[in-house]
Design a protein around this ligand. Structure first.
Ligand code: ATP
Length: 221
């Protein structure tokens, strides 16, 4: 089997608003064998559809808190099972976010590559206050660097754009603090396992070519 054909398990780690979604989109274009699982997107769709999980998760998400580990682990096991059974490669975005989640994941899957995005807090606060989304598709706009053709309107559907509840400034601060406490220990956790690489910067377009180079080198190993 050629190296590029083996199934791989990759994670993308980074602060809220640090460009995980943007970098994931670019990775998926260049490495189409990855199936993308974004826990934030999945949770938002449960919230919109008012499922039991969605109603429970919404209470935490609105305040910028983490959804409890047990719910998240069950969700990820369920979402990833069909792909793992087929031996497909996965790119997980937004999970794990706590050491408990990472340990639960490692007990069933070995993580091969962790892309750690390190973006300064000032950049994140500016970026999130400027971020608008088209809720049904998850398309993201920014009035300063990726504006819609018409202010407040999605380019493709003509439907209105909204700001995420958790992108309000006071919630952003809480999410950044939570990241430092709960999620940043994962950097050390994966560094110890020898699978993590950190990419520092403020712009996804500048960071991404380095990420791509590194992923290619991992596939060639
Ligand atoms: P981005 O800015 O790249 O969208 P984010 O960190 O702001 O990233 P999401 O990953 O979309 O946001 O997650 C949104 C919310 O969903 C989180 O603030 C949290 O409440 C909940 N959530 C998502 N993934 C997890 C997880 N693995 N564990 C606990 N809560 C989660």
């Amino acid at each position: 089997m050629e190296a590029e054909e083996e199934s791989r398990f990759a994670l993308i780690l980074g602060k809220p608003g640090g460009g995980k979604g943007t970098i994931s989109g670019k990775i998926l274009k260049d490495f189409p064998k990855f199936h993308h699982i974004s826990t934030g997107d999945i949770l938002r769709s449960h919230v919109r559809e008012e499922t039991t999980l969605g109603l429970e998760a919404a209470k935490f998400m609105k305040e910028g808190k983490l959804v409890p580990d047990k719910l998240m682990i069950n969700l990820v096991v369920e979402e990833s099972a069909p792909y793992l059974e087929k031996g497909e490669s996965l790119l997980l975005d937004g999970f794990p976010r706590t050491v408990g989640q990472a340990e639960a994941l490692e007990s069933s899957i070995h993580v091969d590559m962790v892309v750690n995005l390190d973006v300064p807090n000032e950049t994140i606060v500016e970026r999130l206050s400027d971020r608008w989304i088209h809720e049904p598709s998850g398309r993201i706009y920014s009035y300063s660097y990726k504006p819609p053709k018409v202010q407040g309107i999605d380019d493709e559907t003509g439907e209105p754009l909204v700001q995420r509840h958790d992108d309000k400034p006071e919630t952003v601060q809480a999410r950044l603090e939570l990241y430092d406490q709960a999620t940043s220990p994962l950097v050390e956790y994966y560094e110890r396992n020898g699978v993590l690489k950190t990419f520092r910067g403020t712009q996804s377009d500048v960071i991404y070519p380095e990420v791509k180079k590194w992923l290619h080198s991992c596939f060639e190993e």
